[in-house]
Write a protein that binds this ligand. Structure first.
Ligand SMILES: [Fe+2]
Length: 321
């Protein structure tokens, strides 16, 4: 998704300033400190998407209390700075980007930094930090250059992952596969309440109502996004999403779907290896589930720079190769 399209989509809801903040156009390295001692803010996971040959979009949404009824995720009603790093290796020895963006309450403290200047057809690793909390490490991959002709494309696709109809174990398998990308064909979320569900679990009444306003939609997204297999699949591969008819009522009413931006892949790869990831039954689950943890910051000392440590200062760095 281009910057102009992303901004266009955001203008109708949160306003220009907030969208600019969320996409990383604002470097706020000296203000908007994270709330101290409020718990893990990465309960909703991390993700990358819309891969291109020279970049990718990163995502996370801060939520120390993902099931807060007001949909605000337990976050304060003020902006919070989030730093991020992109590296060629999972130990972050070779960092190619380090910068920060501001997560605003208008966007539910979600961020979508757009990374550019990367190498084509290359694996990268990324992570976020706010305050002393560091997110799990994500893996992503750029697409091949448009003028190249790769011999194969490895992808998986998924659709219709209704939480109330089964478990997400297929996403665990997807996370372990060696894929170039994941395509979600739609219906990432359903708006119906989940009091009646095929998981055989008792859910909190806050999830029983039909999804009809922003707070309830954010709560419903939290219900889905805290699923560990789904988080693992997001963290392992870049995703390309298409709009599903259940994402909002107007879309369902018109029964139309819209396609996402193409990823720059050749139209006729010589071979493909695809797998599907429909929801399926599996072992136990309870609600609210245990959330994935963040890790504490390990400061980099002046004398040594241990793998995985964070330097104190944040700012833009030249892209490494
Ligand atoms: Fe569906």
């Amino acid at each position: 998704m281009s910057v102009s399209r992303r901004r266009f989509l955001g203008l109708g809801g949160a306003g220009t300033a907030a969208v600019l903040l969320g996409t990383g156009a604002w470097d706020a390295s000296t203000t908007y400190a994270a709330p101290a001692g409020s718990g893990n803010p990465f309960t909703l996971g991390i993700a990358s998407g819309d891969p291109q040959y020279d970049g990718v979009v990163l995502w996370t949404r801060l939520a120390t209390d993902p099931y807060a009824v007001d949909g605000k995720g337990g976050m304060p009603a003020r902006p919070v700075r989030v730093e991020y790093e992109v590296a060629r290796d999972e130990h972050f020895r070779h960092i190619v980007r380090r910068s920060s963006v501001v997560a605003t309450p208008e966007l539910g403290h979600s961020i979508h930094p757009e990374i550019r200047g990367l190498l084509p057809d290359t694996v990268y690793y990324y992570r976020f930090r706010t305050g002393r909390e560091v997110s799990p490490t994500g893996r992503t991959r750029t697409t091949p250059h448009p003028f190249t002709s790769p011999r194969e494309l490895r992808f998986a696709f998924a659709s219709c992952n209704a939480w109330q109809d089964g478990y997400y174990t297929a996403y665990d398998h997807m996370a372990r596969e060696d894929l170039d990308l994941v395509v979600h064909l739609g219906d990432y979320l359903y708006e119906s309440g989940v009091k009646t569900n095929k998981r055989g679990v008792t859910t909190d009444p806050r999830f029983h109502t039909e999804t009809f306003d922003l707070a309830r939609y954010r709560l419903q997204y939290s219900l889905y996004k805290t699923e560990a297999p789904l988080q693992a699949a997001h963290a392992a591969h870049p995703w390309i999403h298409t709009f599903g008819t259940s994402r909002c009522r107007p879309a369902r009413a018109s029964a139309t779907t819209a396609g996402s931006r193409t990823a720059g892949w050749p139209t006729s790869p010589s071979s493909t290896r695809a797998s599907t990831a429909r929801t399926s039954r599996a072992a136990t689950a309870t609600r609210p589930p245990a959330t994935t943890g963040s890790t504490r910051t390990t400061p980099c000392s002046a004398a040594s720079s241990a793998p995985g440590c964070w330097t104190v200062s944040a700012g833009r760095t030249p892209a490494g190769r």
